[in-house]
Design a protein around this ligand. Structure first.
Ligand SMILES: [Zn+2]
Ligand SMILES: [Zn+2]
Ligand SMILES: [Zn+2]
Ligand SMILES: [Zn+2]
Length: 816
């Protein structure tokens, strides 16, 4: 995803291997990025570009006029099966291919409005325990989107003859949204419209009359209801800003300070004691690019078929990354979709006007290349002329590759923000990335100064990046010459300077790219689509966050990162003492990876040897694996120890076992659990449960109760029982899975928070009031540390809590 597609990668690597040694040497030993870029791009031949073009053509990124009817029909099929979520996505795909102001687009919008309308009903029925009054206000999101889609359908010329149907839907939405006056007016308009059209068939007219009558009653009912509505439910979101902003680093809290060290580079330390949950950084991405998810199969030739798969590209706004079911496509292409017209317009003005015609190429070259381009496009909106001019000069200098070491060499380290210098008012030599006042801001200057680690990348990789960027430059040039109206910004008149900047960004990204993640957690009772899948962290996008990039890595970090839209927040996940470094995890976390694997990963991707406390401790006890990977003795149940031959150490259990005999059994279990999930997916709940219970039984004889595989089975069982509505059994199994999560990730980990959230839902649905309240409290406490008060799950927990607390006392019936 991040890198170019495999075909292009292997093509370039082969080209590299066939280069004469002397040319390879010239590129490998080039001193500056400029030299690397110029040497490499002089080797890009027309046939290479042809090959790249043929790969790019494999992506369906333009508008295909034959696609909308196909997607509409497929959507209708899902609709009939009451899979409104699936239908919505397919109608969206149809919309993205349809021409503006065509029958196709208006029909797709209208159909999507219907799917959204019913989606709500469906979701609603899942929460029928909750008093309907509450859900009237909480669950109006779909009506709101439905209404928008109706307006869009009408804007794009929805056929007159079909109007009554959507207008009735519009009234329903208005009523639900509490916009009663508008609803009343729409009803009156519709009535007078029909009075003027006696041509309407009598039967149709009757149905319409009946519907109107019903809606009028609904409006009245709602009017009475709203009058007595509890005000507490409209409580505003709590503030989520930094308590006190850092003067040097806008976006960071005043509890941290920027330091610099020849070995570590730039890093942040605590200037006072920090409590768990404290917000330390809140930063909007300088740039981000949505990861479209599963790459659609490359289409070759004419027999291209439209895909019906649901990907991230269908569910998230390409600009702000918000989740949405009602996307609005770019007018010029079918692959860029947004949550709203506003987002579409902003993206267009900022970067998409240039990216739009390059869709296939950008997908072929990967996200890093895309981010490199977008960063430079965004740069021109800043007071960037200075940066760029400086850039052009620096490009020719040798030290260009490592601005940090250059500055370090010139500056005594005491000037770089050591403890003693904290009260000094002016910083004479700014830390790299800072402006002249010593401020470190989220801007192109800061991005430009992130380390590219040029000397650490392999020559082949640099060659791949340079040729990819160079091919992109040539395309940009062609696009420019064909559209003289959009003059390129002055600074890119020299295209190679632009290319060098992009190459630098591409190289920076390997170490500085930040994955923007989200938790996709289907409510246990909720969506049909993937009710089996665990709550899992999915990578939504890749971005650059200059302030977040200041943090160093630890395999056992003291912070937690989360995202809302394109904004990253970093909170302390534990107590951090004054003077301690603020650390976050680049990916290899101790609870997910063994020490050797982490070390290897950090060395190859980030070019350093991790010396975090977790690594140091585990290096010495490498023989004993973690508890969540332990086999256990089938007699005494104690964990087995040893290398290839395992034993429990007890004298009464004599037989040692070889690891090679246990591993296939584990693999077998894994396969069966996968099988059970498939059964579940096809609705065969009972069979799935039988299979899982069998697995669970097998596991007892050789896996510890805290083995991650056991946790997975318990979790799957919990979900299966939840789907059957057996909340109590479900909760019993989830509690066992919770134990495994606790051992593996720790009692206050974010993973634990998500599991507790699920458990709270189960108790809530099962009306186990004391258990529910207790679990809600625990979940809230954990999640609050990682996410703060605005998080969806926390909001949901609070709603559940107030709902339980507001329940009328249970009537015990008349006492005779
Ligand atoms: Zn958006
Ligand atoms: Zn476009
Ligand atoms: Zn480590
Ligand atoms: Zn034993």
């Amino acid at each position: 995803m991040d890198l170019p597609v495999d075909e292009w990668k292997s093509y370039i690597f082969q080209k590299w291997s066939l280069l004469p040694k002397s040319i390879q040497d010239t590129i490998s030993t080039a001193d500056t990025l400029r030299d690397i870029f110029l040497h490499s791009s002089s080797l890009l031949q027309p046939e290479d570009e042809m090959f790249l073009k043929s790969l790019s053509r494999g992506y369906l990124v333009g508008k295909d006029p034959n696609a909308p009817p196909f997607y509409r029909e497929e959507g209708n099929k899902k609709f009939q099966k009451k899979d409104y979520m699936g239908a919505t996505v397919l109608y969206s795909k149809g919309i993205s291919h349809a021409k503006p102001h065509s029958a196709d687009i208006s029909l797709c919008y209208a159909n999507r409005s219907a799917a959204l309308f019913y989606l709500d009903e469906y979701e609603w029925s899942m929460f029928k325990i909750i008093p309907a009054v509450i859900w009237l206000t909480l669950n109006t999101h779909f009506e709101w989107m439905c209404l928008k889609d109706i307006t869009r359908a009408q804007m794009h010329g929805y056929p007159e003859s079909l109007q009554p149907k959507v207008t009735l839907r519009k009234v329903e939405c208005l009523v639900t949204l509490g916009r009663l006056q508008e609803a009343g007016q729409t009803i009156r308009d519709l009535e007078s419209n029909f009075a003027a059209k006696p041509s309407l068939a009598a039967a149709q007219f009757q149905i319409l009359q009946r519907n109107l009558c019903r809606l009028k009653m609904k409006v009245q009912e709602r009017e009475n209801l709203t009058a007595s509505f509890p005000a507490t439910l409209t409580k505003a979101f709590e503030d989520m800003d930094l308590r006190e902003e850092n003067e040097q680093i806008p976006g960071a809290s005043s509890s941290v300070s920027l330091c610099m060290d020849p070995l570590k580079g730039r890093y942040l330390i605590a200037t006072k004691d920090i409590l768990p949950g404290e917000l330390l950084v809140k930063e909007d991405a300088f740039v981000s690019v949505l990861n479209l998810g599963e790459r659609p199969p490359l289409h070759h030739g004419v027999e291209s078929k439209w895909d019906t798969q649901v990907t991230n590209g269908d569910l998230y706004c390409h600009r702000c990354l918000r989740h949405t079911l009602a996307t609005v496509p770019c007018d010029g292409c079918s692959y860029a979709k947004y949550c709203s017209h506003e987002c579409m317009q902003q993206a267009w003005d900022l970067y998409h006007n240039r990216e739009c015609p390059l869709g296939g190429l950008l997908l072929t070259l990967g996200i890093f290349c895309h981010i490199a381009l977008r960063s430079t496009l965004l740069a021109r909106f800043e007071d960037a002329s200075k940066v760029i001019r400086k850039l052009c000069v620096e490009m020719t200098n040798k030290d260009m590759c490592s601005p940090e070491s250059e500055n370090l060499a010139q500056t005594p380290s005491s000037d770089l923000g050591g403890e003693s210098e904290k009260n000094g008012k002016t910083v004479k030599t700014p830390v790299p990335g800072c402006n002249l006042n010593g401020k470190y801001e989220n801007n192109y200057n800061a991005v430009f100064h992130l380390m590219p680690h040029t000397e650490n990348h392999s020559p082949e990789y640099k060659f791949l990046c340079a040729l990819s960027v160079s091919a992109l430059c040539r395309q940009l040039e062609t696009a420019d010459s064909s559209k003289p109206a959009t003059a390129p910004p002055a600074w890119c008149s020299e295209l190679s300077t632009w290319g060098v900047a992009m190459l630098k960004h591409m190289l920076q990204l390997q170490c500085n790219a930040q994955a923007v993640t989200t938790i996709q957690q289907p409510a246990l009772s909720g969506s049909k689509e993937n009710s089996v899948s665990n709550s899992r962290q999915v990578r939504l996008a890749t971005g650059i966050f200059p302030v977040v990039s200041l943090l160093n890595h630890s395999c056992s970090p003291n912070t937690s990162v989360s995202f809302i839209s394109t904004v990253a927040t970093i909170r302390a996940s534990e107590k951090i003492g004054k003077g301690q470094e603020i650390l976050h995890c680049y990916g290899p976390h101790r609870s997910r990876m063994a020490v050797a694997e982490r070390q290897q990963k950090l060395r190859s991707q980030y070019f350093f040897d991790c010396g975090c406390p977790a690594c140091q401790k585990e290096k010495h006890q490498a023989a004993v694996g973690p508890r969540w990977e332990a086999f256990c003795c089938d007699r005494c149940g104690a964990p087995l120890q040893g290398g290839d031959i395992l034993s429990c150490g007890s004298t009464s259990c004599t037989e040692p076992v070889s690891r090679d005999r246990l591993i296939p059994r584990l693999q077998d279990l894994r396969q069966q659990v996968g099988q059970a999930r498939k059964l579940f997916g096809s609705g065969q709940l009972e069979r799935a449960i039988q299979l899982l219970l069998g697995c669970r039984h097998d596991a007892e004889s050789f896996l510890s109760a805290e083995h991650s595989m056991v946790g997975e089975m318990e979790d799957a069982l919990a979900q299966a029982y939840a789907a059957l509505g057996d909340w109590q059994k479900s909760a019993t199994h989830l509690q066992k899975s919770l134990r495994v999560v606790e051992v593996q990730h720790g009692p206050s980990s974010v993973e634990m928070g998500h599991e507790l959230f699920k458990l709270a839902q189960l108790f809530f649905n099962g009306f186990a009031i004391p258990e529910a309240l207790n679990t809600i409290q625990r979940a809230e406490k954990v999640l609050m540390v990682h996410y703060g008060p605005c998080n969806d799950e926390i909001q949901e927990l609070q709603k559940m809590k107030s709902c339980l607390l507001d329940l009328p006392p249970i009537s015990l019936g008349p006492s005779v």
